[in-house]
Design a protein around this ligand. Structure first.
Ligand code: CP
Ligand code: NVA
Length: 334
């Protein structure tokens, strides 16, 4: 039996294929209970702290709804009104919150911050996104692929865009652990770091997957079951990188032509938020400055293929619930 009680969830690197699969199964179980309106508030009386040093819609909402469904209270700490980092160190914050809460979510900058929190909190800490990793997103993505394809092993996920940041890194880890082929298509300076690629290739060798990093769109898309992209400039990056990113990554935008080169039943995936039209402030600013009407994906593709994308968003809640439930209790009979 898999037991994750007391563990933090900082990156999928720390989790085995069996443990990740257990979390996906638990998420599917909770999803079914939720759809059938069956209460599963077995963690009544517990409380979780949610620290957000960067903005969020999905992750914050997922943690709050999942905590409520499990019967737990949640406290949201935003970057401006808490003492974190400015007047109080991460270590002291961890010690304080660990005395009051049963678990702590952290979204922010360097991975070392969430690791520092976990080292000193004495309760499970969950990574809600750092510059380097976004592990709860990848759990939701894997659940979504499994729902669409029936299985994960042997499937091929192709990621176009900035593959060296949190989403590229975490997808490569998740795929290599679970046996999906991972391909990053981007200019080579956007490939994940060599050391991580090397580590993932070892996991891939065990799971039977292949990792390919290529600049060649046609080659990379052959046999793709899922075509994934993310924003070109991530939260916390300086505004002056936009120009270079637009120049480098426009050839790697997901267009109808890109989708045609993938498998016939391929799904389009995006962690969201996405710049596919001019209905956002940043989208309009970029339009005025550079003339683009969309960025990483065309509006045509987004509109035609968005069902799995919103399934991914919903699955954030079910998978985050599984992470909290499994690391706080062993009492789930699935
Ligand atoms: N995908 C994701 O993490 O979304 P939010 O930034 O809205 O939480
Ligand atoms: N790479 C993006 C992911 C958002 C969910 C960012 O860090 O902003």
């Amino acid at each position: 039996m898999v037991s994750l009680k007391g563990r933090s969830f900082l990156t999928l690197k720390d989790y085995t294929k069996e443990e990740i699969t257990y979390l996906l199964d638990l998420a599917a179980y909770f999803k079914k209970l939720k759809k059938e309106h069956i209460l599963h508030d077995r963690l009544k009386g517990r409380n979780v702290a949610l620290i957000f040093e960067k903005n969020s819609t999905r992750t914050r909402a997922s943690f709050e709804v999942a905590a409520a469904d499990l019967g737990m209270g949640s406290t949201y700490l935003d970057p401006k009104s808490s003492q974190i980092g400015k007047k109080e160190s991460i270590e002291d914050t961890a010690k304080v919150l660990g005395r009051m809460f049963d678990g702590i979510e952290y979204r922010g900058f360097g991975q070392e911050i969430v690791e520092n929190l976990a080292e000193h909190a004495g309760v499970p800490v969950w990574n809600g996104l750092t510059n380097e990793y976004h592990p709860t997103q990848v759990l939701a993505d894997m659940l979504t692929i499994r729902e669409y394809m029936g299985d994960l092993k042997g499937r091929t996920l192709v990621y176009l865009g900035d593959a060296k940041y949190n989403m590229g890194n975490s997808l490569m880890i998740g795929c290599s652990k679970l046996g999906l082929n991972f391909r990053a298509i981007a200019p080579s300076r956007y490939f994940p770091e060599e050391e991580l690629v090397h580590q993932c290739r070892e996991w891939a060798a065990e799971s039977g997957a292949e990792i390919v990093l290529t600049e060649d769109i046609n080659e990379g898309l052959k046999g793709a079951d899922a075509v994934y992209t993310d924003v070109w400039v991530s939260m916390g990056e300086p505004d002056d990188v936009w120009e270079e990113r637009i120049e480098d990554l426009t050839p790697y935008r997901v267009t109808m032509d890109v989708m045609k080169r993938a498998n016939e039943n391929a799904i389009f995936m995006h962690c969201l938020p996405s710049f596919h039209d001019l209905d956002t402030e940043i989208g309009r600013e970029i339009n005025l400055k550079f003339g683009l009407t969309c960025m990483e994906v065309t509006d045509e593709v987004f509109k035609a293929y968005n069902k799995p994308v919103f399934d991914q968003a919903e699955n954030r809640m079910h998978t985050i619930k599984a992470v909290m439930a499994a690391t706080l209790s062993d009492d789930w009979n699935i």
